[in-house]
Design a protein around this ligand. Structure first.
Ligand code: ZN
Length: 710
C-alpha cells in the first residue's frame, strides 16, 4: 500500500520560477489541476477537486492533524475507514524529531508512516509563533532552540522548504509570520510584509519540485492588511492560498468576517485553505464563505476528553446519563465505533481513562467530520447547500438535548444548604448561586456563575491571547481576583489556562499567577460541599485552596493563591497585577470597596504596569470613583439584562491597545453624569464638591484629543 513518494517526485512539472507571464492567476497552470465542479448560487460555497502526487482530493475537505507523523490514537487503517483522504503533518516537530535524515533515508513520510494518500505539511510558522523560549525572528528566519535536545535551529523559508521536501509532502506551505489577533496595525503590517518576502523566497526555494506550494494570507484583525496580503499573494505562482493567523484569540464574528473578506480577494481558480480552524460549525461557516480545506486537532482532542460530535450536537460521554445506555453514540453514524459499541461501554472506558475510549471516540469524531464534509459537498453538487447550511447550523450547536443537564429534582432541606451567612440559591433558570442571607444579595444572580465569569472576565480580558503572548518566563501574567466568592471567576481563568495548555502545549504558555482576595471563605466552602450544583468546582484546585490556601497546576506554570482578609489591607501584599477581576459584593452591601480612595490605592499600586480592571458594575457612582482615582474608564460588554459593564485602564492608551477596542466614556456620559443623582461620592463634603467636579471635567479622558485615546 505504501508507494515511494520519490516515484511521484519524478513527475514532470512546470513553472519552476516566478515569471511575469505566470502572474495572471486565472490562466496559470498549477501543480494541482484544481477544478471547481459547482458553485453555490446563494453563497460562496463550492465543490471542487484537485490532483496531488498521491491521488485526488475532493473538496470541501477536512484534514486530520498528524503532528508527529501520526494522528493521535489512530492507525492509517482506522483513518481510512473514517473517510480520511488527506493528512496534515507538522514540519517544525518533524524537523526536530526524527529529523530530515530519517525521511531522506527511509523515503519520505508516506513510506515512513505507511500512508499512501496525500499529505500537506505546514511550514512551522505557527509553531514559531507559539514558541515562547529563545526565539528570535529577523529577515533571515526564526532562530530557536530545540525542545528535544536544546540545539539551535534556524527556520528560514529555504530550510522550511528543504525540510518539507525531505518529508516529501504533496502540498507544502510557505513560511509565514503569525501574530496574535490583538496585534497593532504596525506589528501586523511588519509581519505581513515579512510574510510576503518569505513567500517569494519560498517559491524560489521550491524550484522545480513537483510538490505543490501554498502561500499564507496574514494581517491579524486588520481588514486593510488582510486585503493587501491577499492581493499580493494571489499574483504569485502558488498552487493554493491559505488564510493563516486565525483562531489565535479573535472573536468568532471577527473570524467569519475576515474569512469572507479574504476569500473574496482570492482567485477562484485556486484552492483556499483556512488553517487551524475547525469546529463543525466553523467549517460549515467557512464553506459558506468560500473555503475548500480545513484542519484542526479538535476531533481527536475532544475525543480524549470524552466528547463526541453527533448529528444533533455534542455529547459528553463522561456523564452518568450514559451508564446504562445501549444506544449508538450517533444513530445516524455507521462508523465502527457506532456499529460495534454502546454509549454505556464508551462511557465506562472514558470514566476509567482507558486508551481505547479515546481511540473509539476519535474514530467516531473523525468519521463525523468527514461525513459532514461529504454531506456539505453533496449538497453543493445538488444545488441545495443553503438549506443544508440552515438546518445544520442549528443542529451543530446543540448539546446533549436528549439528556440535558438537570439539577437534582428533590430540593435538599434548607439547613444543609446553609453555612454562616450564606445559602444556596436556585435561579428560575435552573442554575445555582450563593446568596448572602443578611443582605439578600446573590452572587451572579443574572446568568449562570460560570457563564458570567467567562463572558465578563475571561473573554473580555482576552485571556487566551494573553497567555499566548510572547514573553519571557520571568514575565508572568498576574491576575487579581477580588472577591473570590464561590470561585467562579478564578475557576473560569483556570479552565481557560488548562484549555490553552491542551490546545497549544504548555511550552507555549506564559506563566500565570492568580491571586484571590477574600475575607470570608464560607461561600466557597458551602458551594464545594454541594459541588454537584456548581459544576465549575469539579476540580481539585478549589479544594486545595480551601485546605492550603494555594494550588499549583501540574505544569508549574499556574500558581493560585488566596490572600484572606480585608482587601484594603492586602493591596500591597500581592504582586502588581496585569488584570483585575473586580467582583466584590455591590456598593449597597460593601461600600468600602467601591470608593474613590480604594480605587486610588489600586491605581497607585499598578503604576508600574499597564493594568486593566474588569467589573460587573456600570453605575455612575462606580465609574466616577474610578475616574477620580485616575483610571481611564470604558464601557464593557453587557451580560444578560445588564446592558453594560465597566473596564478601567491605568494608561491613557489602554483602551486603544486592547484587542477589543472598548469604547472610552465620552462627552455623552459626561453630560449624563452632570445631571446624575450620583454625581458626587456620598461621603464628600459640600465644600470639596467644586474640586471634585473640576477633577472629573479636566480628566484627560475628556479633554485630550479623542483620536489619541480611543
Ligand atoms: Zn460513529
Amino acid at each position: 500500500m505504501s508507494r515511494d513518494p520519490k516515484v511521484g517526485l519524478e513527475k514532470d512539472c512546470s513553472d519552476p520560477e516566478i515569471s511575469p507571464a505566470e502572474k495572471s492567476s486565472g490562466a496559470r497552470k498549477t501543480r494541482l489541476n484544481f477544478v471547481v465542479e459547482r458553485e453555490c448560487r446563494e453563497t460562496n460555497a463550492r465543490a471542487a477537486k484537485f490532483h496531488t502526487l498521491h491521488g485526488e482530493v475532493e473538496t470541501p475537505v477536512f484534514m486530520p492533524v498528524g503532528t508527529q507523523a501520526t494522528v493521535k490514537g489512530q492507525t492509517v487503517d482506522t483513518l481510512k475507514t473514517a473517510g480520511t483522504r488527506i493528512l496534515l503533518a507538522n514540519t517544525y516537530h518533524l524537523m526536530l524529531r526524527p529529523g530530515p535524515e530519517v525521511f531522506k533515508r527511509l523515503g519520505g513520510i508516506h513510506r515512513f508512516m505507511n500512508w499512501d494518500g496525500p499529505v500537506l505539511t505546514d511550514s512551522g510558522g505557527f509553531q514559531i509563533f507559539s514558541l515562547r523560549h529563545s526565539r528570535e525572528i529577523n529577515e533571515e528566519g526564526a532562530r530557536f532552540q530545540s525542545y528535544v535536545d536544546g540545539k539551535p535551529y534556524l527556520l528560514s523559508p529555504e530550510s522550511s522548504i528543504e525540510m518539507q521536501q525531505a518529508i516529501g509532502s504533496d502540498i507544502m506551505m510557505a513560511l509565514d509570520q503569525c501574530v496574535v489577533a490583538s496585534a497593532s496595525f504596525a506589528q501586523a503590517e511588519a509581519a505581513v510584509e515579512l510574510t510576503h518576502r518569505w513567500a517569494e523566497r519560498s517559491l524560489r526555494a521550491r524550484g522545480d519540485s513537483p510538490q505543490a506550494l501554498f502561500g499564507i494570507v496574514q494581517g491579524a484583525c486588520h481588514r486593510d492588511l488582510r486585503k493587501r496580503s491577499a492581493e499580493f499573494l494571489r499574483e504569485l505562482p502558488f498552487d493554493g492560498l491559505a488564510i493563516g493567523g486565525l483562531a489565535v484569540g479573535e472573536t468568532q464574528r471577527e473570524r467569519y468576517e475576515l474569512t469572507a473578506l479574504v476569500t473574496e480577494q482570492l482567485p477562484k481558480t485556486l484552492p483556499r485553505y483556512l488553517m487551524g480552524v475547525g469546529t463543525p460549525l466553523d467549517m460549515l461557516e467557512g464553506v459558506h464563505r468560500g473555503v475548500d480545506m480545513f484542519d484542526c486537532i479538535i476531533p481527536s482532542q475532544l475525543a480524549q476528553r470524552g466528547v463526541a460530535f453527533t448529528s444533533h450536537g455534542k455529547l459528553r460521554l463522561r456523564r452518568s446519563a450514559y451508564k446504562f445506555s445501549e444506544e449508538r453514540i450517533d444513530a445516524r453514524c455507521d462508523c465502527r465505533t457506532c456499529r460495534q459499541y454502546s454509549r454505556a461501554y464508551v462511557h465506562h472506558l472514558v470514566k476509567s481513562d482507558e486508551f481505547l475510549g479515546w481511540h473509539l471516540l476519535g474514530l467516531h469524531n473523525m468519521s463525523f467530520y468527514h461525513r459532514l464534509m461529504r454531506e456539505i459537498r453533496e449538497s453543493i453538487l445538488r444545488d441545495d447547500f443553503l438549506s443544508y447550511y440552515e438546518t445544520q447550523r442549528l443542529e451543530l450547536t446543540r448539546t446533549d438535548q436528549d439528556n440535558p443537564h438537570r439539577p437534582p429534582k428533590k430540593a435538599r432541606t434548607v439547613q444543609h444548604s446553609r453555612l454562616g451567612d450564606y445559602e444556596i440559591h436556585k435561579s428560575p433558570h435552573g442554575f445555582f448561586s450563593i446568596r448572602q442571607i443578611s443582605s439578600g444579595e446573590v452572587m451572579h444572580s443574572v446568568n449562570a456563575p460560570s457563564d458570567e465569569a467567562n463572558k465578563l472576565y475571561v473573554e473580555q480580558s482576552c485571556l487566551p491571547a494573553r497567555l499566548l503572548e510572547q514573553k519571557t518566563l520571568a514575565d508572568e501574567l498576574v491576575i487579581w481576583d477580588v472577591g473570590l466568592g464561590a470561585a467562579s471567576n478564578a475557576m473560569a481563568a483556570i479552565y481557560c489556562f488548562e484549555k490553552c495548555c491542551v490546545e497549544e502545549g504548555e511550552n507555549t504558555l506564559r506563566p500565570l499567577r492568580l491571586v484571590s482576595f477574600e475575607w470570608d471563605l464560607d461561600p466557597l466552602a458551602l458551594a464545594a460541599k454541594h459541588a454537584s450544583r456548581f459544576p465549575h468546582l469539579r476540580h481539585r484546585a478549589p479544594f486545595k485552596i480551601l485546605q492550603d490556601g494555594r494550588w499549583q497546576h501540574e505544569s508549574s506554570l499556574l500558581q493560585w493563591e488566596l490572600l484572606q482578609g480585608d482587601f484594603r489591607g492586602l493591596i500591597d501584599s500581592a504582586p502588581v497585577p496585569d488584570l483585575i477581576f473586580y467582583d466584590p459584593f455591590s456598593a449597597k452591601t460593601n461600600d468600602a470597596l467601591w470608593t474613590g480612595e480604594i480605587f486610588a490605592r489600586l491605581f497607585e499600586r499598578c503604576l508600574t504596569k499597564s493594568a486593566e480592571l474588569y467589573t460587573y458594575s456600570a453605575s455612575t457612582a462606580v465609574r466616577v470613583a474610578l475616574l477620580s482615582a485616575g483610571f481611564f474608564v470604558a464601557a464593557g460588554v453587557g451580560t444578560g439584562p445588564k446592558s453594560d459593564t465597566t473596564i478601567a485602564f491605568t494608561r491613557a492608551n489602554g483602551a486603544k491597545d486592547h484587542p477589543l477596542s472598548p469604547r472610552l466614556l465620552g462627552q455623552e456620559w459626561l453630560i449624563r453624569w452632570r445631571r446624575s443623582d450620583a454625581k458626587f461620592p456620598t461621603a464628600l463634603a459640600n465644600k470639596a464638591r467644586a474640586n471634585f467636579e473640576n477633577l472629573i471635567e479636566s480628566h484627560r479622558q475628556f479633554t485630550d484629543d479623542p483620536r489619541k485615546l480611543c
